[in-house]
Design a protein around this ligand. Structure first.
Ligand code: S3P
Length: 443
């Protein structure tokens, strides 16, 4: 069967002689969404430096703009100004709100909008987002009096939300998901009474850190920060925010540097929030050559620079349980790393990966196996045999940004050329990925 290649969004890659130099990854995606959202709900101006100028945060900004929030243009290297409208100042939009490919935009918006009494909202997204489960946010909000409706038993977008005065509740979330937690916290800001979220494991805590900085009344208790209580009544005050580089984007260079002979690179200004650094623990398990230095605090988030040098012998890894929440977005690139280790790596308790932008367990196994990898897919994970020479091949991101970038790194290790179709997916979280790759030396 002949296969026609869409050259517009295709990248051709071949063997690299090693990546070297310095790179600054773009702003953290999770923090960027939150800076825009909390800035919109604050009184006064919020100034954001280093906001990720990519498709996902732009979806959040566009939804907020449609509800009357003034946000200056989002461009690389330009400070973004958000004119806050206060907790009760959002206008009912006269159009459907489009969240694009962004799960964070949709899930956080559901929490925010469910609490906008008297207003009606409709949320939709692209093909991928319209297949992702929203009931996990809808059900806890229902316990607070929220009215959210959608297809497939109120699970799928398009969603219709009828804003209500919500009441506080104690809510145990079934999965450690920062999107669910943050949606509840947003709803709780204006609810009647106190709300407590109890997580099964600690998910990324950017919302808690930033809400505190904006002046919300928040208490963190229980074991290792798993109970988050929010007392409504405080107004949020505009802030100046510095967004650190995204460790989930740095992950591609960390693995590239570790597996491509001759590499020696420095990734500057990487966010090192302990709820996000699972990848560093795995690379340590693999005995990769990684050094973290210049650790500092940047508006309430730990940040550092990371040097990575090629390591010939990498150990296999085994991951499951609570670490999954701390590296959930790094599984595709860690699967690439596993192909270069001296043994079999195991990823389990990772079924959340099946409901990301794509079914990432299936997609990464399919794509890497087409390069000759030895990956066996399980219901909740992958077994990956290491020390297999990958072969250049015709690859496809299957529209997933993290798959596109993971395949690019895998392709740099192959003698034969690879073609990655739908490579433009990278723009969802890392618009300059291909330029940075070239700069670091696709030799
Ligand atoms: C995110 C939380 C995670 C992560 C996503 C961003 C966030 O999703 O995978 O890329 O910003 O809150 P879950 O909440 O579904 O784990």
């Amino acid at each position: 069967m002949s296969h026609s290649i869409n050259t517009q969004s295709t990248k051709t890659l071949s063997k690299s002689g090693g990546l070297s130099g310095k790179v600054r990854v773009p702003g953290d995606k999770s923090i960027s969404h939150r800076a825009l959202l909390f800035g919109a709900l604050a009184e006064g101006k919020t100034l954001i430096n280093g906001l990720l100028p990519a498709e996902d945060p732009i979806s959040t900004a566009n939804c907020l703009k449609a509800m009357g929030v003034k946000i200056s243009s989002i461009r690389k290297g330009v400070e973004v100004e958000v004119k806050g409208v206060g907790l009760h100042g959002l206008k009912e939009p006269d159009e459907i709100l489009n969240c694009g490919n962004s799960g964070t935009t949709m899930r956080l918006m559901i929490g925010l909008l469910a609490a906008q009494k008297g207003n009606h909202f409709v949320l939709t997204g692209d093909n991928s987002l319209r297949q992702r489960p929203m009931k996990r946010v809808r059900d806890p909000l229902k316990m607070m009096g929220g009215k959210v409706f959608g297809r497939s038993n109120n699970n799928l977008a398009p969603l219709s939300i009828i804003g209500q005065k919500l009441h506080g509740a104690v809510i145990g979330t079934p999965v450690a998901s920062a999107q669910i937690k943050s949606a509840i916290l947003l709803a709780a800001l204006t609810a009647e009474g106190t709300t407590t979220v109890i997580e099964p494991a600690c998910s990324r805590d950017h919302s808690e850190r930033m809400l505190k900085a904006f002046g919300a009344h928040l208490e963190i208790g229980g074991e290792i920060g798993r109970h988050i209580t929010i007392h409504p009544g405080s107004t949020l005050k505009g802030q100046i925010i510095e967004v650190p580089g995204d460790i989930s984007s740095a992950a591609f260079w960390l693995v590239a540097g570790s597996i491509i002979p001759g590499s020696d690179l420095i990734i500057e200004n990487v966010g090192l929030n302990p709820t996000r650094t699972g990848i560093l623990e795995v690379l340590e398990q693999m005995e990769a050559n990684i050094e973290i230095f210049n650790i500092r605090d940047v508006t309430g988030e730990p940040v550092g620079d990371i040097r990575v040098i090629y390591q010939e012998q990498l150990k296999p890894f085994s991951i499951n349980g609570e670490i999954m929440a701390r590296l959930v977005d790094e599984i595709p690139i860690l699967s690439v790393a596993a192909c270069f280790s001296e043994g079999v790596s195991q990823i389990s308790e990772a079924s959340e990966l099946r409901i990301k932008e794509t079914d990432r367990l299936a997609v990464i196994a399919r794509q890497l196996n087409s390069m000759g990898a030895k990956i066996t897919e399980h219901q909740d994970g992958l077994s990956i045999k290491g020390r297999v020479q990958l072969k250049g091949s015709l690859l496809d991101s299957e529209t997933d940004h993290r798959i596109a970038m993971s395949l690019a790194i895998a392709a740099l290790t192959c003698k034969e050329q690879s073609i990655i179709e739908r490579s433009n997916a990278a723009a969802v979280s890392y618009p300059d990925f291909w330029q940075d790759l070239e700069k670091l030396g696709t030799r």
